[in-house]
Design a protein around this ligand. Structure first.
Ligand SMILES: Cc1cc2nc3c(=O)[nH]c(=O)nc-3n(C[C@H](O)[C@H](O)[C@H](O)COP(=O)(O)OP(=O)(O)OC[C@H]3O[C@@H](n4cnc5c(N)ncnc54)[C@H](O)[C@@H]3O)c2cc1C
Length: 276
């Protein structure tokens, strides 16, 4: 946490929303001075990676998973472009690409219509117009705009009824600014893996389940599922504990989280009259 506090991530006290009075700040906490973090991915990833290495993790970049070798039903090793990797347990933390899950043929239960969030960045001349992120709903979906560094504003647009956006589209609030690179789109269809863990594999973060950014807990889920997986495996003792109990616990824990957030998301979209 110290490294995160030291890094000059932009902090914000809440989210700016549209209300009858116009745009108003909805603070994270009315009584205490809570502040959110606006993580810039490269910086945040680097902090986490350095921490993992400091704790003894070995990091290999540019690894491409080719195939899986099995020992009965368990994974014996992963064959990659950089050689073969053996382990007692295999963890898929590859996000929405869910590389290991796909190679294992694990299916996903889909709980929404196909949802694509479009996102991109614009350059700012050092303005702090969006240092508190804006979340604006309209009849077709929502737009999120936030300052992620001194010179960059990030925008996200999700419109379930109208999944495409026109070339060069920018939210009206920042349409006068220059784009920093082409926009991208991500498949954030609500979905959860049929088997979150079994035998000697565990799915973490977005590889386990995906909800769209309105859930606002994707990063928290990625970190907490990693913590939970590590915590459970650290307790594994052949004499006193059973891997099946660990899988049962982990599958329930992840499924309950998904169902809770699913209900919240459904009521948010229903409340806005946006069909999902
Ligand atoms: C536009 C958008 C906006 C979002 N905004 C927010 C937000 O404001 N707050 C929030 O909490 N969440 C947000 N989310 C969700 C959040 O980004 C994800 O839930 C979170 O990043 C999931 O973390 P993860 O570690 O599971 O996956 P990722 O963050 O996607 O990390 C996966 C990593 O695995 C690597 N990888 C992929 N495939 C392979 C492979 N085959 N081999 C090796 N490495 C591989 C990738 O390069 C990446 O480094 C947003 C998502 C999108 C698309």
């Amino acid at each position: 946490m110290e490294e995160i506090r030291k890094y000059p991530f932009i902090r914000h006290k809440g989210i700016v929303r549209q209300s009858a009075e116009g745009l108003t700040l909805d603070p994270y906490n009315h009584d205490h001075n809570w502040e959110g973090y606006q993580f810039f991915r490269e910086a945040f990833d680097k902090i986490l990676l350095e921490r993992a290495i400091a704790y003894g993790a070995e990091f290999q970049s540019g690894v491409v998973l080719k195939s899986i070798e099995f020992d009965r039903n368990s994974i014996a090793s992963l064959s990659t472009n950089l050689g073969s990797f053996k382990a007692d347990f295999f963890v898929d933390a590859t996000g929405r690409s869910a590389s290991l899950a796909k190679k294992l043929g694990i299916g996903y239960l889909v709980k929404s219509k196909p949802l694509f969030v479009h996102y991109g960045y614009v350059q700012t001349g050092g303005s702090d117009l969006f240092d508190s992120p804006q979340m604006i709903w309209d009849e077709a979906g929502w737009t999120w705009i936030s300052q992620i560094t001194e010179n960059l504003i990030s925008w996200n647009r999700l419109s379930p009824c109208n999944p495409k956006i026109s070339k060069g589209w920018l939210p009206a609030q920042i349409a006068n600014l220059n784009s920093a690179g082409p926009p991208k789109a991500a498949d954030v269809t609500w979905r959860i893996a049929n088997k979150i863990s079994a035998e000697n594999y565990f799915l973490l973060g977005d590889a386990a389940f995906v909800l769209d950014p309105v859930s606002s807990k994707g990063v928290l889920k990625a970190i907490m599922s990693g913590m939970m997986c590590g915590h459970l495996l650290a307790q594994l003792n052949p004499r006193t504990s059973n891997i099946d109990d660990i899988h049962r616990y982990y599958n329930n824990w992840v499924n309950e989280w998904f169902l809770r957030d699913l209900q919240v998301l459904r009521s948010v979209y229903d409340g806005r009259g946006v069909g999902i």
